[in-house]
Ligand binder design. Structure first.
Ligand code: DX5
Ligand code: ZN
Length: 228
């Protein structure tokens, strides 16, 4: 089983920062991973795209295993693939600590969530920008994490969708009402301009790709996001 210390940031009150490896320099992956290891980031966010659920292909198991070899922090794996049940055991073997599937990609979401937990991983469910929070009412108590997409999934570097704040607030209400232990992660277009408002709305974990890896000083950028 995953120890809880892997999942929560050291300073339990502060928000989690999860740099998205999708925006890293793949030709220098080890260097990029070491940078995240040394930074104030809490997790590695790892985006898997299949070219079917989303109009892009990223990488799969061999690359995740290679990241795992060097990564010293929680591996937060975000699956943008159809029918993820086929690969749950493989993602565990490759090194995932948290496995997040899309609501829109699962026919039997409850079964998928149970299968992820049975492998000893934390289970997350992600919602596309057009999918309402209400679809989670009957599964929220089974979830460790909800990932709200603040862009349409498939690409890094897109602009943040403003309706996200309202969705976070609705999800925060649902979590309080049901006593769910799920944490709220936000993914897409996160930067130093919107992070405070996202945390105030109720976000616990923030994914940042381009804003971190395309900056002049990624270590400093992560530090600023963490201390925002
Ligand atoms: C988009 C991915 C995101 C992406 C975020 O489909 O899920 O994790 O890497 O990248 P930025 O921060 O550049 O929007
Ligand atoms: Zn992602």
């Amino acid at each position: 089983m995953l120890r809880i210390s892997l999942f929560l940031p050291k300073k339990s009150m502060s928000h989690i920062i999860a740099p998205s490896i999708l925006a890293a320099d793949f030709a220098n992956l080890q260097k990029e991973i070491e940078m995240v290891n040394q930074s104030e980031a809490d997790w590695f966010h790892i985006d898997v795209m299949d070219g079917v659920f989303v109009p892009n292909i990223s990488f799969g198991m061999p690359v995740i295993s290679a990241i795992k070899k060097h990564a010293k922090k929680t591996m937060d794996v975000h699956l943008m693939i159809v029918d993820p049940d086929r690969f749950i055991t493989d993602f565990k073997k490759a090194g995932a600590d948290i496995l997040t599937v899309h609501y829109e990609a699962c026919k039997h979401l409850h079964r998928t969530v149970q299968a992820i937990k049975a492998e000893g991983m934390k289970a997350g469910v992600s919602l596309n920008p057009h999918t309402p929070i209400s679809v989670l009412e009957d599964i929220i108590n089974d979830l460790d994490l909800v990932l709200i997409m603040s862009v349409n999934p498939g690409f890094g570097g897109q602009s943040f969708i403003e309706n996200t704040y309202r969705k976070i607030e609705k999800l925060r209400e649902l979590i309080s009402k049901t006593g769910s232990k799920a944490i709220i992660e936000v993914d897409g277009g996160v930067n130093d301009k919107n992070i405070n408002k996202l945390v105030s709305a109720g976000a616990n974990a923030l994914v940042a790709g381009s804003f971190v890896f395309k900056s002049n000083n990624p270590l400093e950028t992560i530090k600023n996001l963490k201390n925002s």
